[in-house]
Design a protein around this ligand. Structure first.
Ligand SMILES: [Zn+2]
Length: 227
């Protein structure tokens, strides 16, 4: 395995761990929702899940930024550092760091729509307790998928932004991983700055549950795309 591949694999593993961590933190909070009183319990559930997703978004951005710098320096040890630092949400002095208002709103809307609103829409009057449990499980899964998308998109968008603004980067490679769906496998590959804006942006977006990452390309374009 090349050193590039090792760095990239490590980075992908780090991002997958962030997604897993978010899921494990969200799981117990789902119990705050009472299936018989969704309207009355949604607010307290949202209040609890929001900071978990916010932390995930910031952490995946921070890890993406750190990887970018390390990977860049490995390819171009002579180059001046980019000098772009993202806040570490787990750092000592960053208790107050939160994403911008837009992101916070999007978290709330997406969670509400894929969680309690989805459950309410699919509730039937004659459901057995087992039916309700199953429906609640599906609602949890849906809202978690949405959370993973937001957290992982944060890393992908950060990476695309850095690539765009860094003269040393030629583009990025999208990597799906072994358990990815067919759509994601098909999206794997190289996206260059010389591609259309539409294609360049499209390559950095993921669907619910998507754990694909993108990594910058410095110099030799074929390396990452072979895998
Ligand atoms: Zn994916």
């Amino acid at each position: 395995m090349s050193w590039q591949q090792a760095l990239v694999d490590n980075y992908h593993a780090d991002q997958r761990a962030i997604a897993r961590r978010v899921v494990s933190e969200l799981a117990p909070l789902w119990n705050l929702l009472d299936p018989h009183d969704l309207k009355g319990t949604t607010a307290q559930w949202l209040k609890a899940v929001r900071p978990v997703i916010e932390r995930g978004i910031l952490l995946s951005q921070y890890v993406a930024g750190e990887f970018y710098q390390r990977y860049r320096t490995a390819h171009h040890p002579e180059a001046e550092p980019l000098g772009i630092d993202f806040p570490d949400p787990l750092g000592v002095f960053t208790d107050q760091v939160i994403p911008d208002r837009d992101t916070r709103l999007r978290i709330m809307v997406a969670q509400k729509v894929t969680g309690p609103v989805w459950v309410a829409k699919h509730s039937l009057p004659d459901m057995t307790p087992d039916d309700i449990n199953e429906l609640m499980y599906k609602g949890f899964s849906k809202s978690t998928g949405s959370a993973i998308r937001m957290v992982m998109n944060s890393a992908r968008h950060t990476m695309a932004l850095l690539v765009e603004s860094d003269p040393l980067a030629k583009g990025y490679a999208r990597i799906a991983g072994q358990t990815a769906c067919g759509d994601c496998k098909a999206k794997e590959g190289v996206y260059l700055k010389t591609d259309s804006d539409r294609k360049f942006d499209w390559g950095s977006v993921g669907h619910d549950f998507c754990r694909c990452v993108i990594v910058p390309i410095f110099g030799e374009i074929s390396t990452e795309s072979d895998n």
